[in-house]
Design a binder for this molecule. Structure first.
Ligand SMILES: Nc1nc2c(ncn2[C@@H]2O[C@H](COP(=O)(O)OP(=O)(O)OP(=O)(O)O)[C@@H](O)[C@H]2O)c(=O)[nH]1
Ligand SMILES: [Mg+2]
Length: 255
C-alpha cells in the first residue's frame, strides 16, 4: 500500500476499502472474523458464505485473505477471514494485518471465534479486540468438544462480565450459526448497543493513560480510540506509530 491511502486522497476517512475489500453497495456490512489459530474460523466462514468466496492478498503483504458474502434477513454482509493470531500486539505480519484491519479498516462488527475447551487462553485476544472496538460478537466454538470434556460455559455470565453478545456454536455441525448471524446483524446495524467492559490496569498505568489521552485525542480526534493508542505507547509499540502514520497521515492534526 502506498503511504497515502486512497480514501485520504479523496478526502474520506480510511476504511475497509483501503484493504482491497470491495462491497457491492453502501448497504453491505463488513464483518471481520478473528481468532486464535485452529479454533474453527474457516469452518464458520465456510458455513456462512458457502460458495460466495474470493481469495486475495492483503495490500502490500504476502498474507492471503479470504472474503465471502452472505445474506441475513434483509441485509448483505461481507465476511473477512483474518489470519489466526494469539494476540494483536503486531509482532508478526499476521498480527499486524489483523490489528490494522480491525483498527483502521473499521469493519461494522468483529466476530472473535474462541475455542470453548480453552477459553482462558482465547480470551486474551478477545479482550484485546474489545479494547480496540465496541462492535464485537464472541463466538464460543467447539461446544461439542467442551461438552465431551465435561466443560460447561455460563454464557449469560460471560455476556454480563464482558458487556458484549456471546454465542455458543458447534460450527462443524452448523449449530448456533443462526444465533450468531442475528447477533452480528444487531451489532453491525446498531440495533442493540453494547458497551464492552474494558480491562482496567494498575493505578500507576491508569495515571499514565489519563495523562496521555487528552494529548493523543488532540492529534487523532475521534478517528481511533485514544486510550488504546496510549496503551500501545506505554507498551513501547513502535509499529503502531508507523501504522497510524501510514493509514491516517492526512487525518492527523499535527502542530
Ligand atoms: N468438533 C468440532 N470441530 C470443529 C468445529 N469447528 C471446526 N472444527 C474443526 O477444527 C479444525 C480447525 O478448523 P478451521 O476452521 O480450519 O480453524 P481455523 O480457525 O480456520 O484455523 P486456522 O485458519 O489454521 O487458524 C477442523 O478440523 C474443523 O473441522 C466444531 O464446532 N466442533
Ligand atoms: Mg482458517
Amino acid at each position: 500500500m502506498s503511504l497515502t491511502c486512497e480514501s485520504c486522497k479523496k478526502g474520506k476517512s480510511i476504511s475497509y476499502e483501503d484493504f482491497n475489500i470491495k462491497v457491492k453497495s453502501e448497504e453491505e456490512r463488513v464483518i471481520a472474523l478473528a481468532g486464535n489459530p485452529n479454533v474453527g474460523k474457516s469452518t464458520v466462514f465456510n458455513a456462512l458464505t458457502g460458495l460466495n468466496q474470493h481469495t486475495g492478498n492483503w495490500p502490500g503483504k504476502t498474507v492471503s485473505n479470504a472474503r465471502g458474502s452472505y445474506q441475513h434477513k434483509d441485509k448483505k454482509f461481507m465476511l473477512v477471514d483474518l489470519p489466526g493470531t494469539y494476540s494483536l500486539l503486531a509482532s508478526s505480519v499476521e498480527e499486524q494485518v489483523a490489528r490494522d484491519f480491525i483498527c483502521f479498516g473499521k469493519p461494522h462488527a468483529t466476530i472473535v471465534v474462541l475455542d470453548a475447551t480453552c477459553l482462558e487462553r482465547n480470551l486474551n485476544l478477545a479482550l484485546q479486540v474489545v479494547e480496540l472496538t465496541d462492535r464485537v460478537v464472541l463466538c464460543i466454538n467447539l461446544m461439542d468438544e467442551a461438552r465431551k470434556k465435561g466443560i460447561s460455559i455460563d454464557i449469560n455470565a460471560l455476556e454480563k462480565e464482558l458487556g458484549i453478545p456471546v454465542v455458543p456454536t458447534t460450527a462443524r455441525k452448523k449449530e448456533g450459526l443462526k444465533d450468531l448471524m442475528d447477533k452480528v446483524y444487531n451489532v453491525a446495524l446498531k440495533i442493540e448497543n453494547f458497551t464492552p467492559i474494558k480491562p482496567i490496569y494498575s493505578s500507576h498505568i491508569e495515571e499514565k493513560i489519563e495523562e496521555l489521552v487528552p494529548r493523543i485525542r488532540g492529534i487523532v480526534k475521534d478517528k481511533i480510540d485514544p486510550r488504546w493508542v496510549a496503551l500501545r505507547l506505554i507498551e513501547g509499540d513502535k509499529a503502531i506509530m508507523d501504522s497510524i502514520y501510514q493509514y491516517m497521515r492526512d487525518e492527523l492534526i499535527l502542530e
